[in-house]
Design a protein around this ligand. Structure first.
Ligand SMILES: C[S@@+](CC[C@H](N)C(=O)[O-])C[C@H]1O[C@@H](n2cnc3c(N)ncnc32)[C@H](O)[C@@H]1O
Length: 238
């Protein structure tokens, strides 16, 4: 039993030592601390979900430029993980109706607690993005996109859920899955917004030509100058 004044000042020593051991074993600091700041909001994270990345904040920021923020938008986030995209969009666009799918019930538990923490109403559904229902003004996704033979840093490979990382067909499986269904599930003037792997843009363009012929797209660089965001629309007005 530790002295109460010591705990107040330095925290619980056993807890501290346990966390140091986790850090030493290579666990990401975000899982140890248990939360991250994303777009100015707090999200709980643990091993059940991908740690939200800076590029994903940029995906949201860029997407906002291409949607009509004055409309009551129907939005779907495919592969929601911690819920960071869906919840942030609902915070920024409170009149929108946001739905989010994830195939992992574990991830959805985290997302639901994050919606509660951020005091927003998002409809979370334990469903595969292979079966989209409904129609939307915005389909947004940061799907798993790492090819099975691609190099992945040890810290990621050993800690983050593999279901959040890897995709068949050279990492393109989920882009194709979504693009294949998009026409049926997008409202007029609807937008698709993807976070993409830095070498995938041209191959995703080929998929757009197959499933959404004559649709337009913008490939947007992140702050590091890499092609990491793709916005797709029948016709851009800006
Ligand atoms: C790259 S993570 C993105 C998480 C979060 N949206 C973010 O940006 O931090 C991809 C997510 O897709 C989910 N996922 C994998 N396969 C799926 C599928 N077939 N249908 C729906 N979600 C899937 C994973 O469980 C994971 O949460």
């Amino acid at each position: 039993m530790q002295d109460i004044e010591y705990i107040k000042k330095y925290g619980n020593k056993d807890e501290f030592e346990k966390n140091l051991k986790r850090l030493d074993a290579g666990e990401p600091v975000q899982y140890i601390v248990g939360n991250v700041n994303f777009y100015g909001f707090t999200f709980k994270v643990d091993k059940r979900v991908l740690i939200p990345r800076f590029e994903t904040e940029e995906l949201i920021e860029k997407t906002l430029r291409y949607i009509d923020k004055d409309k009551e938008l129907e939005i779907i986030d495919l592969g929601t993980g911690s819920g960071c995209i869906a919840i942030t969009l609902k915070k920024l666009l409170p009149n929108s109706k946001v739905t989010a799918y994830d195939i992992s019930p574990d991830a959805l538990e985290v997302a639901i607690s994050n919606a509660r923490l951020n005091n927003v109403d998002v409809t979370f559904i334990n469903q595969s993005m292979e079966n989209i229902n409904g129609s939307y003004d915005l389909i947004i996704s940061n799907p798993p996109y790492i090819a099975h033979n691609e190099f992945v840093e040890e810290v990621v490979k050993n800690n983050e859920p593999s279901i959040a990382l890897y995709a068949d067909n050279n990492g393109l499986y989920f882009y194709e899955t979504i693009l294949k269904q998009a026409l049926k599930h997008l409202n007029k003037d609807g937008v698709i917004a993807f976070e993409i792997g830095q070498t995938q843009a041209s191959r995703i363009v080929e998929l757009i030509k197959v499933y959404l012929p004559n649709w337009q797209y913008k490939i947007i660089k992140d702050l590091s100058g890499l092609d990491r965001i793709m916005i797709i629309k029948e016709k851009f007005d800006k």
